[in-house]
Design a protein around this ligand. Structure first.
Ligand SMILES: C[C@H](NC(=O)[C@@H](N)CCCCN)C(=O)O
Length: 461
């Protein structure tokens, strides 16, 4: 056997980075579609005559199947049992199909005036929501798949930088959605136009992933030839779930993830309204300051990922990131700090927190979970995150706002809507951040006891 055959493909710099480029592109397309409806809310209300409650129903559909049908947990298990090629293609195809259904629902007139019996929900809202729910399964499972793919290719190399680059690239999708969604919709005078662009992007993402599959097959072959595939090929057993759940560090990182993202993702959903209600920003500029966040995280996630690779300190980075979150939310809580420049400065600091934690969290999991169980482990983490951060907390904040925070009525262009005091929701977000710090500290202590190596560099020196 020649030396060239003996070496696994993952030792090739070009192959490693090409694989990263391809899966990151597929993720970018997914994040575009995940966020493209947010800037379209006013157009949806004008053209499709959806109410805010209907928009909220649709937005929440993202997590329906993931959480209540346990699709994320099954997805992780399928990934470990069937591999990245099967799971990646399946989830990419699901994203395309889900987005196509959503596009059809918001573009057709055949659903006009139809209502779903018993549920009393407009048929258009329901069909769009079901499409979004299917898409939600696809994007979350491809997220787990991409993370496991990167862990495989970059083990012993720049794993945190690679994961940071993947998350940073995906956030370009979010930034594109926030920046381009409304102008495209307005230009074509159709909510469906930016969604159709999403279907096209996802189809290109699927084709790109098919190319990745060829590389993955080649990687399998070279790993086999070089005798490095034993761990990966050991079959996944259902009892592995028990094994994963018996690791205290796994629980700490899962709870930290749920708490941290609960103080970020739902906050972002309400941030434009907070800007208007507390910081007296004009309605038409409501999204301008929160919109800075994805841009700030794109380079920062990469910088902190690179730092983790070279210097380590993963648990400390997660604690610092969570602390920044506490500081930012506390600033948003203080009633007299209401100048827009305060909001701008706080959002920039939030960008640091929102980069520090993801760039240290995701590459830390392979330090204490074996590769063959990684899909299941990430699936369980994402499931908990979906349950708490993408479904439970947004619902709780909406309830708290309606029940305890209405202070009067705002009238804009002759249209009246409730005026809210955001102090209580911001106290909740601050507490979530504080709890995230506590679980970060617990994780760091567990790392010291068990020696996971979270404070050590990821890159073999
Ligand atoms: C890597 C991580 N991904 C997630 O948290 C996903 N479960 C949610 C994706 C939401 C897309 N707007 C991240 O994005 O930090």
């Amino acid at each position: 056997m020649t030396e060239a055959i003996k070496r696994s493909l993952r030792h090739s710099v070009a192959a490693r980075w090409t694989s990263l480029l391809i899966v990151s592109f597929t993720m970018l397309c997914g994040y575009y579609v995940a966020d493209v409806m947010s800037p379209l809310k006013p157009l949806i209300e004008q053209q499709l005559k959806w109410t805010s409650a209907e928009y909220g129903f649709f937005t929440g559909a993202y997590a329906w199947f993931n959480v209540f049908l346990g699709m994320l947990i099954f997805g992780g298990i399928i990934l470990d049992k069937m591999g990245a090629r099967f799971t990646g293609i399946l989830s990419s195809a699901l994203m395309v199909a889900g987005c196509a259904v959503k596009w059809w629902a918001v573009s057709t007139h055949s659903l006009d005036h139809a209502v779903v019996p018993l549920l009393n929900v407009k048929a258009q809202v329901m069909v769009a929501s079901l499409g979004f729910a299917a898409f939600g399964v696809g994007i979350e499972i491809i997220g787990v798949t991409a993370t496991k793919v990167i862990a495989r290719w970059f083990r012993g190399y720049e794993i945190a930088l690679a994961m940071g680059l993947q998350v940073g690239t995906a956030r370009i999708g979010t930034a594109l959605a926030l920046e381009l969604g409304a102008p495209i919709g307005a230009y074509f005078k159709a909510v469906g136009a930016p969604v159709l662009l999403g279907v096209i992007l996802l189809t290109i993402g699927l084709v790109a992933y098919v190319f990745y599959c060829a590389m993955d097959r080649k990687l399998d072959k070279t790993e086999e030839e070089s005798g490095q595939s034993s761990e990966d090929e050991e079959a996944f057993r259902i009892s592995d779930i028990r094994e994963i759940l018996s690791i205290k560090g796994f629980w700490y990182i899962t709870i930290l993830c749920a708490l941290f993202y609960s103080a970020v993702f739902p906050f972002l959903k309400y941030a434009p309204d907070l800007m208007v209600q507390k910081f007296h920003v004009k309605d038409s500029w409501a999204g301008a300051i929160p919109g800075i966040l994805p841009f700030a995280t794109i380079p920062l996630t990469v910088v902190f990922g690179n730092y983790y690779d070279r210097k380590g300190k993963g648990a400390s980075l997660m604690i610092i990131g969570s602390l920044l979150l506490v500081v930012v939310h506390f600033i948003f809580t203080v009633p007299f700090l209401s100048h827009w420049t305060v909001a701008l400065a706080a959002t920039i600091v939030l960008g640091f927190g929102f980069s520090l934690v993801p760039s240290a969290m995701w590459p830390s999991v392979p330090k204490f979970i074996p590769h063959r169980q990684l899909g299941t482990a990430y699936g369980l983490i994402f499931w908990t995150q979906n349950l708490v951060a993408l479904w439970g907390i947004p619902y709780l904040i909406g309830y708290v706002l309606d029940r305890f925070c209405i202070t009067g009525t705002r009238v804009v262009d002759g249209v009246s809507s409730p005026a809210y005091n955001y102090t209580l929701p911001m106290v909740i977000f601050t507490c979530l951040g504080l709890l995230a710090v506590v679980f970060g500290l617990l994780l760091k202590r567990e790392d010291r006891i068990k020696g996971f190596g979270l404070e050590l560099p990821c890159r073999e020196q």
